[in-house]
Design a protein around this ligand. Structure first.
Ligand code: NAD
Ligand code: ZN
Length: 242
């Protein structure tokens, strides 16, 4: 694996990983802002993705919301890639204390990570907006059009944070607390353009900030070490650490 990264990890005691959509592109899930990202794809509906994925759009155009959501944001068959697996391994060695993610795909857990803080929720969890009954992702996928509750006919929505919605305060405070305790923060696969998530870097008070991203990010200049490379290649090497 990368020698400088290995050196940092060998001296670290409490590593936290903070990631975004770029962690899952090698699993076949497009990110938002890359050249192949969702912002540059035709949405299939006549609205930009950030508008479709907003609370007001969900409330006023549920059919179009679910048509977009089911085809573009849910990737039921996606599998973890070497980045997810490397992080799960680092947690099993006791060095990594948490993964904080902006992703909603559940792939860190699928790879075996235990302490995963999902800032933006998960496609795996769904609930009825009227009676709160819980549903698995398979229910959303199997539904035609807008998924409705078996008990009360209310709309069943994903437990994901839409634009115009607030983050879950308890997930946020755990993310802040865990980053504040870290001696090494690895930030990867995120453009650091989405707030408040990107603001989490401000809570890091440790010694090594490592950035891994295909393109430059606004935080490269404050990083101890910035790596511009595919994240699976870099974090896949974590499997070698004992
Ligand atoms: P983003 O699309 O803004 O940025 C992704 C970054 O990752 C880009 O800078 C890109 O250069 C980089 N990248 C892409 N593939 C990479 C790779 N293989 N190796 C290294 N770097 C790579 O993503 P963001 O910052 O996470 O913000 C997007 C928002 O969209 C998040 O809030 C997230 O909730 C949501 N989202 C989630 C998923 C998912 O769950 N997988 C997918 C798309 C969007
Ligand atoms: Zn219901």
């Amino acid at each position: 694996m990368d020698d400088a990264l290995r050196e940092i990890l060998v001296r670290s005691r409490r590593v936290v990983f903070f990631g975004g959509a770029g962690v899952s592109t090698e699993s076949g899930i497009p990110d938002f802002r890359s050249a192949e990202g969702l912002y540059r794809q035709e949405s299939g509906v006549n609205y930009p993705p950030e508008e479709v994925m907003s609370r007001s759009f969900f409330l006023t155009h549920p059919e179009e919301f679910f048509a977009y959501y089911k085809t573009r944001l849910v990737h039921h068959d996606a599998q973890p890639n070497p980045a997810h697996r490397g992080l799960a391994h680092l947690e099993s060695t006791g060095k990594l204390i948490a993964v904080v993610t902006q992703n909603i795909d559940g792939l860190h857990q699928k790879a075996g990570s235990k302490n995963v803080l999902e800032l933006h929720g998960s496609v795996q969890r769904n609930y009825c907006v009227d009676c709160d009954k819980r549903y698995p992702l398979s229910f959303i996928i199997a539904s035609a059009g807008v998924p409705t509750c078996e008990s009360c006919s209310g709309i069943v929505r994903p437990d994901v944070v839409l634009y115009e919605e607030a983050l879950d305060p308890s997930v946020w405070s755990r993310a802040v607390g865990t980053i504040a305790q870290a001696d090494t923060l690895i930030v990867g696969g995120t453009s650091l353009a989405v707030y408040p998530a990107a603001g989490l870097l401000d809570f890091f008070a440790g010694s090594d900030l490592v950035l891994i991203n295909k393109e430059p990010t606004p935080a490269d200049r404050i990083a101890t070490y910035a790596i511009q490379a595919p994240i699976g290649e870099v974090l896949g090497g974590l499997g070698e650490l004992a």
